[in-house]
Design a protein around this ligand. Structure first.
Ligand code: UT7
Length: 333
């Protein structure tokens, strides 16, 4: 069977207009700009406005149109839509179906939502790669669209300072024979022994949202920040090392490291363990905070559009999230 190499044909992103600064939060809860910057590196985050169409599918439409345009394609060229949304538009229909309609796609392409929390978009890359390699699909739209503000308890200083809303998208397709773009290596894992460190237990089949749930404030996410911090650093660094080794690339040959943007201290600790210079690490957590599965594709798109990432560069991307899911990808852009 003939195998194809997978190439990132185009990327796009969308950030909601509304900016919420640390100062804004400090007027509502017992925190300060200095505490948030010192512990997380975050200065501000974007928050979606439903009245402006900024929900997961709405943000995904804007990011996807940019990615499709950058790929020199039209929406009907997309033959599979995969969307990572930790909190989708609604339970049914899935967000990817709504996105198909919003993009004006009439070719009846299949649509699928996945939930691997912050690792969701990274999970989609090897899945799309396998389907492009084998020729099953030609142009796969992979989207990380996250509206964490919808389950972020704005009165809980332990969590609310960390998160923001955003969407990142990419179109993956076949590299032509004279191109060397490819996905070299990937790893996806889940350590379910740590699944209780980041949860949102109400709102699913086990626990419907009732007056009792609301009275107990159980409709929000809860997090054991320190446990997640430790797991994030060790797992992302180990995964990054492994995919670089499997790609047979030395650290010098890696042009850019794009880690999940959860906390600047996590990014720096991973960079130190992985031994990659800070000048090669893409960071935007200061401006956008943790946008879950949107964070890596947003950072990727930003660095492509501002000219830092160029065709032929070797990229290493890594993420972790609730589950605890984690993954890393090494590729030639
Ligand atoms: O995509 C995955 C999502 N989750 C993460 O990535 C979270 C990873 N974890 C973290 O980023 C960090 O653990 C946090 C930023 C959440 C917390 O930083 P920390 O250095 O681990 O602080 P801590 O939890 O040890 O709290 C230190 C102190 C505590 O006070 P006491 O007990 O020492 O008096 C907290 O109550 O800071 C207090 N605190 C705050 N103070 C001001 C916690 N949150 C805040 C706040 N403002 N927002």
């Amino acid at each position: 069977m003939r195998l194809f190499n997978t190439k990132i044909l185009g990327t796009g992103s969308y950030l909601p207009e509304r900016i919420v600064t640390n100062k804004d939060l400090s007027e509502r809860i017992d925190t300060s700009h200095d505490w948030i910057v010192e512990r997380t590196g975050i200065h501000q985050r974007r928050v979606a406005d439903l009245s402006k169409g900024e929900n997961p599918s709405g943000m995904a439409k804007e990011a996807s149109l940019k990615a499709i345009e950058a790929a020199n394609l039209t929406p009907n060229d997309i033959d599979l839509i995969l969307v990572s949304a930790t909190m989708p538009d609604q339970s049914m229909p899935n967000t990817a179906s709504v996105l198909q309609e919003k993009l004006g796609i009439t070719n009846l392409c299949p649509t699928l939502d996945v939930n691997a929390a912050c690792s969701g978009w990274i999970y989609l890359v090897p899945m799309a790669d396998a389907m492009i390699k084998t020729g099953l699909y030609k142009h796969i739209l992979i989207v990380g669209s996250e509206m964490l503000s919808s389950f972020n308890n704005w009165d809980d200083r332990n969590t609310c300072i960390l998160f923001g809303d955003a969407c990142g998208a990419a179109v993956l397709g076949r590299a032509s024979e004279n191109e060397d773009s490819r996905i070299y290596s990937s790893i996806l894992t889940c350590d379910s022994t740590k699944k209780d460190h980041l949860t949102l237990m109400a709102g699913g089949a086990n626990k419907r949202i009732t007056h009792e749930v609301l009275d107990k404030n159980e409709q929000w996410m809860t997090m054991n920040g320190q446990q997640i911090f430790k797991a994030a650093v060790t797992t992302m660094a180990a995964h990054a090392e492994r995919v670089a080794r499997e790609a047979e690339l030395t650290l010098d040959q890696i042009d850019w490291f794009i880690p999940h943007q959860a906390n600047l201290r996590i990014i720096e600790a991973v960079g130190t363990r992985f031994n990659i210079p800070a000048s090669k690490v893409i960071v935007n957590v200061d401006r956008f905070a943790n946008t879950s599965s949107a964070s890596v594709p947003v950072a990727l798109d930003e660095a492509i559009r501002d000219g830092r990432i160029k065709r032929g560069d070797n990229l290493l991307m890594a993420a972790f999230g609730a589950g605890l899911t984690a993954g890393a990808i090494c590729l030639k852009y």
